[in-house]
Design a protein around this ligand. Structure first.
Ligand code: 4NP
Length: 180
């Protein structure tokens, strides 16, 4: 069965974004530079998935809408703040999101409205339903994770608070889908 046939079958049945064929559900977090917010989301969510025993069912990645930092490690301030809460971002390297990602991933989660606008321009229409705000899953009702790049240490703590909240909500959603 081709990828297009699978996608079309899923749409016809109006089921969720979860793969119906037993493969891993793939989640992509997207911010601007892929050195602060989205690698933080990747590190936090990967750890939650591992602790939930779902690492064989859910795959996690991150990317940036911009190309400024391709190949770079996450910002040291993001690594430091994350490490204090027990998350290791150091193996991650920045990359730019591409149109191809919409074919590969089941969820493409934007960190803020600016990234959402850029992703909407990029998304093939038949895959646009995969695009959501990451904070759609957060319990605190926030809409978007503010860019911490020009901020101080507290900005990175604020990012982590929102990321942890949204990641818990996302895990709850995906867990209910994989265990269905
Ligand atoms: P991020 O933060 O999108 O959370 O990775 C930023 C990183 C770099 C820049 C802007 C935001 N920059 O302008 O270089």
């Amino acid at each position: 069965m081709t990828k297009d046939t699978i996608t079309s079958a899923r749409r016809k049945r109006d089921v969720s974004e979860m793969p119906a064929d037993g493969r891993k559900t793939k989640v992509l977090f997207v911010c601007l530079g892929n050195i602060c917010r989205s690698p933080t989301a990747e590190g936090v969510f990967r750890q939650l998935v591992k602790e939930a025993g779902l690492a064989d069912r859910i795959e996690v990645d991150s990317a940036g809408t911009g190309d400024y930092h391709i190949g770079e490690r996450p910002d040291p301030r993001a690594c430091w703040a994350a490490s204090r809460r027990g998350y290791d971002l150091t193996p991650l390297r920045a990359r730019q999101v591409g149109r191809h990602d919409f074919y590969e991933f089941d969820y493409v989660l934007a960190m803020d409205e600016q990234n959402m606008r850029a992703l909407k321009q990029l998304a093939p229409p038949e895959h646009a339903h995969k695009l959501k705000m990451f904070t759609d899953f957060c319990l605190s009702g926030d809409c978007g994770i503010p860019d911490p790049y020009a901020g101080g240490p507290q900005s990175f703590e604020d990012v982590l608070d929102l990321v942890e909240d949204s990641a818990q909500g996302l895990l709850r959603r995906l867990r209910s889908e994989v265990e269905r």
